[in-house]
Design a protein around this ligand. Structure first.
Ligand SMILES: [Cu+2]
Length: 231
């Protein structure tokens, strides 16, 4: 019974000591739930950096790799890498495509202003897509070598009223590549075309042309002579 007064008497000091200890242990700020291992730097959480968006003042020249800005999107472009069977870029072909409802064929909703494009084998084709509608449209070409174009695709997408430009190199063999807008329903509503790769007709040497003309003239004169004799 004599210990109680002693214990009670020491209680305020004990409480004060505990309080002081707990205040010292109280963190001054928010502490991580898991303490980092010694030597590990802790990066304080803060406002994340805003995503950097690539913005171009004007329509860029053809660029390689995925690219987008306020104008639209270029995906799987290829400026330099040569497809199989192409020792070099054979020609530079520029194609300008206008897209939208104003270019739809009769009975269709959407369309391009041209339904067929042509390029010689191994040509570098630079396409500019001009979107005359307020909604987005694409010029998506499929069937290219997958080694150079994931999924065989080259894609331009122009936002409403915008234009985008991109390039690719066609293979060395004759082929026909389908082009379309892959937005739901747009291809079946008329937004389809073709790119044809074919070698230009071989040019005859000048001597062969002269010989052909001479033979034609000789044949004509012979026919005339025989006709006169039969009269
Ligand atoms: Cu479209």
């Amino acid at each position: 019974m004599r210990r109680w007064p002693l214990t009670l008497g020491a209680l305020p000091a004990l409480l004060a000591a505990l309080l002081a200890g707990s205040l010292q242990a109280q963190p001054s700020g928010v502490q991580p739930l898991v303490q980092p291992a010694p030597g590990v730097d802790v990066v304080p959480l803060g406002t994340p950096e805003p995503l950097q968006r690539q913005v171009h003042e004007a329509t860029p020249i053809a660029v390689a790799g995925p690219w987008f800005d306020d104008a639209g999107l270029v995906r799987h472009a290829n400026l330099e890498r040569l497809p199989e069977g192409c020792p070099a870029v054979s020609a530079d072909i520029a194609i300008t495509v206008s897209a939208g409802t104003a270019h739809a064929a009769a009975g269709q909703v959407y369309g391009y202003d041209s339904l067929a494009y042509a390029a010689p084998p191994c040509a570098r084709v630079t396409v500019t897509l001009i979107n005359d509608d307020a909604i987005r449209h694409q010029w998506q070409l499929l069937g290219l070598p997958e080694a150079l174009h994931p999924g065989g695709e080259f894609l331009l997408e122009a936002n409403g009223g915008q234009q985008v430009t991109g390039s690719f190199i066609v293979p060395g063999a004759a082929a026909r590549f389908p082009v379309q807008c892959s937005h739901a329903g747009h291809a079946t509503a008329g937004m389809q075309a073709w790119l044809r790769v074919e070698a230009p007709a071989p040019r005859l040497p000048r001597g062969a042309l002269v010989l052909m003309v001479a033979m034609a003239l000789t044949s004509a004169s012979l026919v005339l002579t025989m006709h006169k004799r039969t009269e």
